[in-house]
Design a protein around this ligand. Sequence first.
Ligand SMILES: NC(=O)c1ccc[n+]([C@@H]2O[C@H](COP(=O)([O-])OP(=O)(O)OC[C@H]3O[C@@H](n4cnc5c(N)ncnc54)[C@H](O)[C@@H]3O)[C@@H](O)[C@H]2O)c1
Length: 349
Amino acid sequence: MIFVTGGAGFIGSNFVRHHAAHEKARMVNIDCLTYAGNLANLSGIDGERHELSRTDICDQSAIECLFEEHEPEAIVHFAAESHVDRSILGPDEFIRTNVLGTFSLLKAALGYWRGLAPERQKRFRFLHVSTDEVYGSLGPKDPPFSESTAYAPNSPYSASKAASDHLVRAYHHTYGLPTLTTNCSNNYGPYQFPEKLIPLMISNALNGKPLPVYGDGQNVRDWLYVEDHCRAVLKVLHNGTPGECYNVGGNNEKSNLDVVHAICDVLEELQPSPGKSYSSLITYVADRPGHDRRYAIDASRIGQELAWSPVETFETGLRKTVQWYMAHSDWLADVLSGAYRHAQASVNA
Ligand SMILES: NC(=O)c1ccc[n+]([C@@H]2O[C@H](COP(=O)([O-])OP(=O)(O)OC[C@H]3O[C@@H](n4cnc5c(N)ncnc54)[C@H](O)[C@@H]3O)[C@@H](O)[C@H]2O)c1
């Protein structure tokens, strides 16, 4: 039995699906279903293997009760506010969930772990899922981020994730809690909320809407297909060294503009545009304040120590992603209309 937090969101739900397909342990999915949590992301997952607990990670006593009731072997912590633009408009929720929520999970986990028998204490893991954005921004010729790159977060989102990473580190060093941290680059794939670059562009293009590109479109990100991230998280969970951090990336540096053109090309091939080309919908909009110029990840540690490498190239992963959104127009329509929130309302807190 393991806990997964934030398992109704994008990466968390992909992880729950991947875990259900490849592992034996049952999962309790702790998710309070914010706008980013969608029950449809969990459709078809075996109910014997997976149970949703609608719980806020900031509610320490509720989390303590869950630990007491289920006695998990591990906790894989995805729950967070995750969208940089939202963190600029309203940072409070990012501090609450990402910093205080992680802190309350750590406190509850430590209390539980201290009460375990020595053998179970040794096996327990607290895996914290974080981002490459904590390292700040790179110049065009800078080497990629390694695990020893100094933290330099620039947005309220990355600052809140950096703070949570530091708390996780401190709980290992001070109390001995067996923690692991992963810092991953930009993910894309099925079930991603269409406020993020790739699903937003696919959705807008399919609906004949403008494709808004920030600034000059030359901001560079390192893209990783979500299932490759899930495989990395499992590798770290099973074989990572407690107290360590692992960078995870796809070795796929692309400018935003190149990503949007690649999406348009795949769409032209799979569903040729009825009128003007998809790429003619590209529109440049005012840049995001403080927009980091470049992220790149050196993932050699997880490659060498845990034998992980991505299976998908950017081309194969992007094609799968475009195909998924085309085949799941109902999912997309429910998210865009807000209808998915009616289903959320029927789940008891
Ligand atoms: N998306 C990326 O490209 C990316 C890259 C690297 C790391 N990450 C990290 O991976 C994790 C998951 O990212 P995502 O893109 O899947 O996020 P997401 O926004 O799609 O999902 C977040 C989930 O957390 C839940 N949640 C939010 N606040 C909560 C709270 N207080 N209590 C319980 N549940 C809560 C939401 O309901 C949602 O289901 C985050 O920690 C993020 O920082 C994301």
